[in-house]
Write a protein that binds this ligand. Structure first.
Ligand code: SF4
Length: 426
């Protein structure tokens, strides 16, 4: 790591932190990154010199543990620690110590308009100022060669380039990832997306992320091309990315052959040849039918892969009238059978964990809540402590913050951990 100072800027080039993302009350850095500090802000860059985080160090910054994060989709997300600590704090409903406040409409139970906070908005102005200062500093004498290289990289990645890069990612994978599985919170939503299938089996009426297409798989050659292009796209920063998201809305329905083909090709392209102490993660969505139709050999094969795999299933409700009301063409009996299978698979495969989603919303009936609470109360979770249930507020639900007491009521009865699911894009 090289340190140097220039005017009001302190540079730390290629700092190395543990690759594993820890859950902590304060934002811990992970992987390899560079940092430029001024007296008022901390700017973090990835190994390609792209801005990733900004954290205020001044008295106007809302909280020392809060920060702005730029995603690969070029969204600036504000990580808030909320206004309540302890048992009823964000950790109790998100499973994390922060709440991602998104710059686009979503289904949050608690919305924070960070654009209205002058302390946060000043951080964007500070980022523009830093860019101008770096531009002026690039020819300065006496700087370490690595610091000069960092300045040059950051200058190349101005806002226009960062936007183009996000568009390039969408072009490589054939469209934007409109929703990530809730389990990707374990890697701070930092995933490499590889789309192996488009569309989904149901086209539920309530769903705000569905595609108009019928379900169809991508070919092996299309997938191989994505992987090759993604390897070039991520460049040096690939070493910081320890997770794949196999998309899109029901990758489990693509079957064992395509899932395992993709995971193996991606592992060889991204992870082989470097000595990693970390087991990479594989995330995918599944549906009630794709889970029920998956034979044992799919899970046997997934279990052989050098990944820890999370599969997230959209159950939505175990109440027949609610399934009809939300326009999900699935029988309640199938939901129960898939729920049971979710637990059995997590129980019997060391490196596979299946989680499930249910809906909450003002519009849903008491039958929905009664049947859901009963299911979670009466079904023991996997004996190894795996699995989680995510409650997803309906997007147009009024009074979403009032859903929190309902959430705590369900959580208190459940034998599995229960969290809120925030619909978040890549
Ligand atoms: S909830 Fe899932 S299965 Fe239903 S339309 Fe949305 S993506 Fe498709």
């Amino acid at each position: 790591m090289a340190f140097s100072h220039l005017n009001n800027m302190a540079f730390s080039v290629e700092k190395q932190s543990p690759g594993i993302i820890s859950k902590a009350t304060f934002p811990l850095r992970y992987g390899a990154y560079s940092e430029i500090r001024t007296s008022e802000y901390e700017f973090i860059f990835n190994l390609n010199g792209e801005i990733k985080f900004i954290r205020g160090l001044n008295v106007n910054w809302p909280h020392p543990a809060e920060q702005l994060k730029r995603t690969d989709g070029n969204d600036w997300v504000f990580y808030s620690v909320g206004d309540v600590g302890g048992d009823k704090g964000i950790i109790s409903w998100m499973g994390e110590y922060y709440l991602p406040c998104l710059p686009y409409p979503s289904n949050a139970v608690w919305e924070i308009n960070y654009f209205a906070n002058s302390g946060v908005m000043n951080a964007f102005a500070a980022w523009s100022q830093l860019y101008a200062d770096l531009y002026g500093a690039q020819g300065s004498s006496g700087l370490h060669s690595k610091t000069k290289a960092l300045i040059s990289q950051v200058l190349q990645n101005h806002d226009g380039v960062l936007y183009e890069r996000s568009q390039e990612l969408n072009e490589i994978i054939g469209g934007r990832v409109t929703v990530l599985p809730p389990d990707t919170r374990h890697v701070d939503y930092e995933v490499i997306p590889i789309i192996i299938a488009d569309g989904c089996l149901y086209h539920c009426d309530f769903c705000c992320v569905k595609s108009p297409h019928n379900f169809h798989k991508r070919s092996e050659s299309e997938i191989t091309e994505q992987i090759q292009r993604l390897k070039i796209y991520y460049g040096r920063n690939l070493q910081n990315l320890n997770a794949l998201f196999l998309g899109n809305h029901d990758a489990l329905a693509a079957g064992s052959e395509l899932i395992c083909f993709t995971a193996s090709e991606a592992f060889n392209a991204f992870y082989s040849g470097n000595s990693r102490a970390i087991t990479p993660f594989l995330f995918l969505f599944g549906s009630v039918d794709s889970l029920l139709n998956s034979k044992n050999d799919l899970f046997e094969q997934l279990g052989q892969l050098p990944f820890y795999t999370y599969i997230n299933i959209g159950f939505e409700s175990v109440d027949a009238s609610t399934l009809k009301f939300i326009g999900k063409p699935v029988d309640a009996s199938k939901v129960r059978a898939a729920f049971q299978k979710m637990i059995e698979i997590s129980d019997s495969h060391t490196n596979i964990e299946i989680t499930g989603n249910f809906l909450v919303g003002e519009q849903l009936s008491s039958e929905h809540y009664k049947s859901l609470a009963g299911l979670l109360r009466d079904t023991p979770g996997p004996s190894n402590g795996k699995g989680a249930i995510y409650l997803s507020p309906l997007k147009d639900s009024p009074k979403r913050r009032e859903l929190l007491p309902r959430f705590y009521e369900i959580k208190s009865q459940s034998q599995l951990p229960v969290y809120i699911y925030l619909i978040q894009r890549l």
